[in-house]
Design a protein around this ligand. Structure first.
Ligand SMILES: [Zn+2]
Length: 349
């Protein structure tokens, strides 16, 4: 019998003493006060080990890459490295096996060895992943955290709600940057890939959206949660490079709200030993996502903006979207994902 939707074979959560090696103190420069990152690291560890966090990484490492079905603004003249690809796997969140999870964990441990977090006085907005290739070919990533962001994480005179929001914000940033480092480690300095039918090829946003159904935006307005799938991203993101079908939909903050009670529970150990163990992946979805995933919800633009893997949690019958749409993307041997050596659309014969 297969596991119910949203579970995985060994649904557990790391206790607060078990911060994942990706985020443990040895990854942080010695002049950093790790206290600033401890609670976010606990939360980030729990999130990446959730059924959906593991499924994101499983597809990232063991999915298949094909040239993107929908061309974006990329052009051949920009060079082959700019060409967009997309990747997917044939497994829904509830379909991962113990062996799948074990191999994901192995990749994560290797990645942990190749990343370092440092504080940087000069960067904005929050963080940046600085990539380097050693003479031996080892790809490493120094994740620069801006001084102001660090100070924000350090500040301790807060209400429980503010603390919980900062924990979540920093946890999302940790997950975001580690996703970029993972892409670089696997493929080198090439354009990131679209995941399934996502609208933007941005691995960091994707990694977080695959957990909650969308990616919260924190800048300036701590209550301004929204999604990169849904709204045009401003600032440093050039949509002519990474976007496709990146339409501007009417803003509807109500539909995407991450309410205070939800934010608070993520920092509460009782949630992780109670509701989470009982409901698995579904416990990590804001209520708004459940509403938007109901079949009677008619706004297809918004529906499609929710990651396929999350929509799959709400199906009531039949094979998963992953099995239906990506049946050919199976990888029972779990060979590491590769990229095509050429793009068939432009190949000269
Ligand atoms: Zn990013």
């Amino acid at each position: 019998m297969s596991a119910p939707a949203g579970q995985h074979p060994n649904l557990t959560h790391p206790g607060r003493e078990n911060v994942h090696p990706l985020f443990d103190p040895t990854r942080f420069a010695t002049d950093i006060d790790y206290e600033a990152f401890y609670e976010p690291a606990v939360l980030a560890s729990r999130l990446i080990n959730s059924p959906q966090g593991l499924q994101h990484d499983y597809c990232f490492y063991y999915g298949k890459t094909v040239p993107a079905a929908t061309p974006s603004a990329f052009s051949y003249e920009d060079g082959l490295w700019q060409l967009p690809y997309q990747y997917a796997c044939d497994k829904a969140i509830g379909e991962l096996t113990r062996a799948d999870i074990r191999d994901v964990e192995q990749q994560r441990l290797m990645l942990a060895d190749d990343i370092t977090f440092v504080i940087d006085d000069d960067i904005r907005p929050y963080t940046r992943c600085e990539l380097d290739v050693s003479p031996t070919g080892r790809r490493t990533c120094v994740i620069k955290v801006s001084r102001s962001f660090y100070n924000d994480a350090l500040a301790n005179k807060r209400t429980p709600e503010e603390k919980a929001r900062v924990n979540l914000q920093v946890a999302c940033v940790l997950i975001h940057e580690v996703a970029h480092a993972a892409h670089f480690r696997l493929f080198g300095p090439v354009q990131e890939d679209y995941r399934e039918d996502s609208h933007i090829a941005e691995g960091g946003f994707e990694a977080v959206a695959r957990i909650f159904g969308y990616t919260p935006i924190f800048r300036q307005d701590q209550s301004g949660w929204t999604t990169w799938q849904y709204r045009t991203i401003r600032g440093s993101y050039d949509l002519t490079k990474i976007g496709r079908k990146a339409w501007q939909l009417p803003l509807n903050e109500k539909s995407w709200g991450m309410v205070t009670a939800f934010v608070l529970k993520l920092s509460d150990d009782d949630f992780w030993t109670g509701e989470y163990l009982q409901h698995g992946a579904l416990a990590l979805l804001p209520h708004s996502i459940a509403t938007l995933c109901q079949p009677e919800f008619k706004d297809m633009h918004i529906f499609k903006a929710i990651p396929l893997s999350i929509r799959d949690l709400f199906r009531t019958e039949g094979p998963s979207y992953a099995k239906k749409k990506y049946a050919n993307f199976g990888n029972p041997e779990r060979q590491l994902r590769t990229r095509p050596n050429f793009d068939y659309r432009f190949r000269e014969y």
